[in-house]
Design a protein around this ligand. Structure first.
Ligand code: FAD
Length: 285
């Protein structure tokens, strides 16, 4: 297993912010991951996959960080639209494979720079009004629970909007692989849907800087606009996007404390006005 020492975590996140890992591990199999987790003490490690919904404190050094990008990149076809997919598989790769075989359903995730494991933990999906999430197609999830491999039914995973049991376990329940059953479709039509998704994300999503997608999973749009106008953020650092209202953009010199100050401002204003706000991005304090 590759292990890097004193490695900056910045380049393992899409927002390009992060402190250091004393040890950054890249297990290359479930066995390696399991052995590693057994060695590390309970409180002592963090899990990262695509790093596309994480804000990491850039003033901190984390003792042990486990990257799952190399753990299991396999996609196994089981028949009738059923696939077993390793947690390290990129969403784009998965969608391309199933579409070519005449199955689909999650093409709206084609623009999401995430791995299957992270997407299942976050229950990635389309905006709330669309009511679509990756869990729609999940049958069961293979997990590592304190070093023991188990299979959880979809119900046991407690999927809700951008939420699952995996977010509540402080990284102690790790997604190893997922069994999906996808819808039947025609490869040519699925290709068109993928292209539509690319077009939507190119016209609606802010690609002017580094980001981690949505900051909040529940918020008030008007309040966000007020904040954006009254506190535009940091010119060469972090600011709320004009194009994607719930996104923070890093123009290159963004820091953890800039991001936190903007997030806190939004949360405080919601509380003062009595509006509900729920954060989506995972923060490593
Ligand atoms: C450009 C862009 C577009 C985006 N669009 C969308 C969108 O359309 N819909 C959407 O829902 N999200 C979107 N996101 C946010 C993000 O991609 C999703 O939340 C995604 O599910 C995160 O997956 P990841 O692999 O990057 O996980 P990470 O960011 O690496 O991790 C997220 C959390 O999951 C935990 N985790 C990671 N892997 C595992 C595992 N195997 N087992 C248990 N826990 C694990 C981590 O510890 C962390 O707490 C977008 C982000 C970007 C940058």
């Amino acid at each position: 297993m590759k292990i890097l020492s004193n490695e900056s975590l910045k380049n393992y996140t899409t927002v390009k912010i992060g402190g250091y890992a004393e040890k950054l591990y890249f297990p290359e199999s479930i066995e390696e991951l399991s052995d590693l987790i057994n060695q590390l003490s309970e409180e002592d490690y963090y899990i990262i996959s695509g790093g596309s919904n994480i804000l990491i404190n850039d003033k901190k050094t984390y003792k042990n960080v486990v990257s799952l990008i190399k753990m299991d990149n396999s996609v196994m076809e089981l028949g009738d639209g059923k696939f077993y997919v390793g947690a390290s598989v990129k969403l784009q790769k998965l969608i391309n494979i199933i579409n070519k075989k005449g199955f689909g359903g999650i093409e709206y995730l084609f623009s999401v720079p995430a791995l299957v494991g992270g997407s299942v933990a976050m229950n990635a999906g389309r905006g709330k009004v669309h009511g679509l999430s990756i869990s729609d197609y999940i049958e069961e999830v293979r997990v590592l629970d304190k070093g023991v491999i188990k299979v959880l039914s979809k119900e046991e995973c407690n999927f809700k909007y951008r939420d699952s049991i995996f977010k509540k376990n402080n990284n102690k329940l790790i997604v190893l692989g997922v069994t999906f059953t996808f819808d039947k479709g025609y490869p040519e039509e699925l290709k068109k849907i993928r292209q539509e998704r690319i077009n939507i994300s190119q016209s609606n999503q802010d690609a002017s800087g580094y980001n981690f997608g949505s900051v909040f999973r529940k918020h008030n749009r008007v309040i966000m606009q007020v904040i954006r106008i009254t506190h535009p953020g940091y010119k060469t650092g972090m600011s709320f996007s004009k194009k994607s209202s719930n996104w923070l953009i890093n123009q290159g010199e963004g820091t953890y404390s800039q991001a936190i100050s903007l997030i806190t401002r939004v949360e405080k204003l919601h509380k003062v006005i009595g509006q509900k706000i729920i954060r989506e991005v995972i923060i490593w304090k």
